[in-house]
Design a protein around this ligand. Structure first.
Ligand SMILES: Cc1ncc(COP(=O)(O)O)c(C=O)c1O
Length: 411
């Protein structure tokens, strides 16, 4: 695909919300780890579908139905190329990363995890990659173990090597949504496979921000969400190795996921439809294609470079603020565009609501990673997270507003 220049000022024009005023000020949207903003190409695709060819897919044979089916399946092909998968049949559309992980826990997990088996996760995990395994482990009498972090917030690979011995499943994030830490999932997958261990990678914070390749990582499952990568909400992706998906029982049961249904028995549909029961989120999957195309035109290497440079600048600006402490690796090569921080003893919710008056959107709280916050003895953090449309000027606004917060609370 032809690439276009990575010109932030120009591409911002594609995002209608970025020119809107809030409290009379332009929005500085720095909560991209929660969800990204959408370009008009994606928004328009949703309208085009409902206005021009709204029909259910994989069913009829009339013109608009065929068009809808073709566009829906085109997104699957594009998703497969985007993550360097072996084939499009290995791409299953779900609602979000959470559902992708739950699908694996409820199908692969239910039929493969037994009493005494070991499931390994890390302390970095989002609740989506903890709770399904915690519940499964309790149901099956399996053990759940957490890989520790080193002082510099990176994964302790020695601890990993000890814990992975004899494990049945490694479920690990590629990028932390709190510390920004990047995890060497390729190396860890290779070590886990030597132990005969299945590997699920949570790519919710990596796939939107850097090049990822399934054939390179070699993992068995990979999960991520459209809404964090310029696409609509309500679309998640689960990639799986073909032989594993083939052997797995289906997830939801009903229409579309069957091949034949008789009074007393049923045969399952082929991949990937075996895992897509009922009417899909057709409009949003179709629109998601335009998000993928948008990112591919920019080039994922350049997306990563932009975020690296912005994060470096932000770390410098934030470290100049008295009383501010940021978390996560100092080495920019080891972190994504996410910075969680505390400011003296000011409550993170107070920081976020004061910044909101300046039309600066950041997140506060546990960010769905309470075990990590407990490990770091933190009652919560404030978090700024960047994407393709963020600028140094927005980082300056953040730093200035944080200085004001500090002054207000020093009084
Ligand atoms: C690392 C990570 N995993 C999983 C999720 C869950 O994503 P979703 O809410 O789209 O299911 C998130 C969302 O923030 C995340 O950051």
């Amino acid at each position: 695909m032809e690439t276009v220049a990575f010109n932030v000022e120009e591409l911002r024009n594609d995002f209608p919300i970025l020119s809107k005023k809030f409290n009379g000020k332009t929005l500085a949207y720095l909560d991209n780890a929660a969800t990204s903003q959408k370009p008009r190409q994606v928004i328009k695709a949703i309208c085009d579908f409902y206005e021009g060819y709204n029909a259910n897919i994989h069913r009829g044979v009339y013109e608009i139905e065929e068009k809808a089916t073709m566009k829906y399946e085109r997104t699957r092909e594009a998703t497969s190329r985007f993550i360097g998968a072996e084939s499009a049949e290995q791409i299953i559309f779900t609602r979000n990363t959470t559902e992708s992980i739950n699908l694996v826990a409820k199908t692969w997990g239910a039929s493969n995890i037994r009493k005494g088996d070991k499931i390994v996760v890390s302390l970095l995990e989002h609740h989506s990659n903890v709770v399904p395994w915690q519940v499964l482990a309790k149901e099956k009498g399996a053990l759940l173990e957490y890989i520790n972090l080193k002082e510099d917030s990176t994964i302790d690979l020695d601890d990993f090597k000890e814990k992975i011995a004899g494990a049945k499943l490694l479920a690990i994030t590629q990028a932390s949504n709190v510390l920004g830490t990047l995890v060497p999932v390729k190396q860890m997958t290779s070590i886990a496979h030597q132990e005969g261990c299945t590997v699920l990678v949570d790519g919710a914070q990596s796939a939107p921000h850097m090049p990822v390749s399934m054939t390179d990582i070699g993992c068995d499952f990979f999960a991520f969400s459209s809404h964090k990568m310029l696409g609509p909400t309500g679309v998640g992706v689960l990639y799986g190795k073909r032989e594993i998906l083939d052997a797995m029982p289906p997830y939801n049961l009903g229409g579309d996921m069957i091949s034949e249904v008789h009074k007393w028995d049923v045969t399952w549909n082929e991949l990937p439809w075996k895992f897509e029961a009922g009417t899909s989120n057709i409009a949003d999957v179709i629109a998601y294609y335009h998000a993928i195309e948008y990112l591919q035109r920019l080039g994922m290497e350049r997306v990563r470079e932009h975020e690296k440079s912005l994060t470096k600048y932000a770390l410098k600006r934030l470290s100049e603020i008295k009383g501010l402490r940021y978390y996560g690796p100092d080495d920019i090569e080891m972190r994504g565009g996410i910075i969680s921080f505390t400011l003296g003893d000011v409550h993170p919710h107070d920081i976020a609501s004061i910044l909101s008056r300046e039309a600066i959107a950041i997140r506060s709280g546990y960010h769905c990673a309470q075990p990590l916050h407990e490990e770091l003895s933190l009652g919560g953090t404030a978090r700024a997270s960047f994407y393709i449309y963020n600028t140094e000027e927005e980082v300056d606004r953040l730093a200035e507003a944080l200085n004001e917060v500090r002054k207000v609370f020093a009084k």
